[in-house]
Design a protein around this ligand. Sequence first.
Ligand code: PMV
Length: 346
Amino acid sequence: MCPDHRSTVIPPRARGAAGSAVAVAHPNIALIKYWGKRDEQLVLPWTDSLSMTLDIFPTTTRVRLAPGASDDTVTLDGAPARGEALRRVTAFLAVVRARAGLRQRAVVDSENTVPTGAGLASSASGFAALALAAAAAYGLDLDATALSRLARRGSGSASRSVFGGFALWHAGTSEDADRGSYAERVPAEGVDPALVVAILDAGRKDVSSREAMRRTVDTSPLYRSWAASSRADLLDMRAALSRGDLDAVGEIAERNAFGMHATMLAARPAVRYLSPATFTVLDSVLRLRREGTAAYATMDAGPNVKVLCRRADAERVAAVVREAAAGAPVHVAGPGPGARLMGEDR
Ligand code: PMV
C-alpha cells in the first residue's frame, strides 16, 4: 500500500553529522484523536491516538548546520519565521542539539503545501520532516521509534507522520514517560480507504490547538469521560482495522471526533472550531449514508471536514462534498508514505 517505515530510519551514509539534509513528510489525520497533554514539556498525551497518513500536502524541510552563527535562521514558506513559530522551531532544535552534543546553530528552510495553522495537520508534516532532516544534519543515529519520539517533542501529532499508512501513538505510562510515548505502524490490509478533504477555511485559527487542549483539560467537565470513551474507541478501532471493516472504522472515527469537539464546547470559555459551513458538509455526509454510501466525517482544530470513505467511492463522495462546500477546495487523499530523507543532500 505504501512504502514501509524502514525508509524512515536514517541510513548509515547519512549518519555522522551530515551537516545538511532534506526530508519530506506528509500530514496525518487522526481517526482516534489526541486531545490533551499530561506533560506539556515532553508532549505526553493523556490517551493513545490513531491516524492515517495522507498522500497529499507534503512538507519539505532542509536543515543545514551554520558554524559560527549565533542564532538559528528559520524560513517558512519563503518568509522568515517570527514569534511563536520561530520559538517552537528553535526550541525543537535545542532538543536535537542536546542529544547530539553539538552547539552549532542551523539554517532551516521549510515549504508546506497545505495551509499552515488551519487544523489541516501542517504541524504534523512540518515537525516530522524537521525531526528527520535535523537528526540527519546533526548526525543522530535514530531508528523509527526514536525518530517518532523526537518528532513528538515538536508537535504531538508529528510522532505519527513518521510512519506511512495507519499509525498508533502510544500515550505511554507515567513510569516510562518519554521513552514509552511513540508511534508505530498499524496493519490495516483489508481496508482501501480515501479521505475527502474539504478546506472550508484555510485561515489561521484564533485559538491554537496547544491553548485549546490546555483549556479543555483544565476546565471542561466532559474531558475525563471523553478520555475514557476514547480509550474504548481505540480498542474498537484496532479490531475494526484488523478485520478490514471500513464502516466500523468510519463510525468509530466520527463518534470520537464529535466527542472531542463536545469536550471543547464544554470548556470555559468554550472553544468552537466548527462553523456553519462545517455543518452543511456534515449534512451532506449524512445524506450520502442514508443513500447507502459509506462516508464518515472527522474534524480537527479547525472547521475543515475530512470524509472517510472507500477508495472506490471517493470521486462520488468528493462530488457531493464539493457541492455542499459551495466552491471551497475539496481534495481526495489516499494513505501516504512515512517521512523520508531526500537523496540530494546525502
Ligand atoms: O499535534 P498538535 O498539537 O497540532 O495537535 C493535533 C490535535 C488534533 O489534530 C486535533 C488531533 C490529532 O490527533 O491530530
